[in-house]
Write a protein that binds this ligand. Sequence first.
Ligand code: SAH
Length: 228
Amino acid sequence: MDDPNLHKNKIFQKRLSERQKLVKQLLSHGHIKSDIVKHAMEKVPREEFLPLEQKPYAYSDRPLPIGKGQTISAPHMVAIICESLSLKEGMKVLEIGTGFGYNAAVVAEVIGETGKLYSIERVESLHNIAKETLIRTGYSNVNLVLGDGTLGIPEAAPFDRIYLTAAAPYVPETLKNQLNAGGKILAPVGEIDLYQELILMEKISDNEFKTFNLGGVAFVPLIGEHGW
Ligand code: SAH
């Protein structure tokens, strides 16, 4: 029988030089700042998290379509998300918008085996593909949930970090309530289909937040009770 570890190692060796070249570019542009994010992005094979026809473009720094009208974020955006959340080993994190699971795999790599990642997706076919891919690439410890991410996961709260990979009209209160004191939430906030600003909020106490605007971005819309 095939050794599953050998199979996984083969996946991580494939296209390694292309991945290293992209990471170098993200470092020189200042998107990657820490060793922990550098190592994670050097490791996770983006091509595994793409539909067949998009695999050739896995290491160009741009968003790519994954079907159902959805796109996965460009690698520089994944780096910005990880760095601006100051993710650390062992953190408990919630992602809204699993897509094909690439961003989730990078975050899982950053927070390590002592960390806990939950990710919610509303489109069932994407949720199923992400599940299969994360297991195949060795990230079977990511907890994937099918449903409306704007409601969060009350039974798994509180989280150290929450991030939305779809654009919201405002940062949902439900999600802010599921953060630990000292926790951070990151969300693209603004107009549907046009332009948003990446908003980072740090929870100082139960109803006190510090807000930072990290600049203009473009994400697919967040569809749900506290979305569009
Ligand atoms: N994190 C992904 C990005 C996926 S694109 C990456 O690796 O880059 C954003 C995803 O958010 C889409 O798959 C879309 O279906 C999903 N989405 C939109 N609204 C949602 C909601 N309310 N709950 C959960 N997922 C949602």
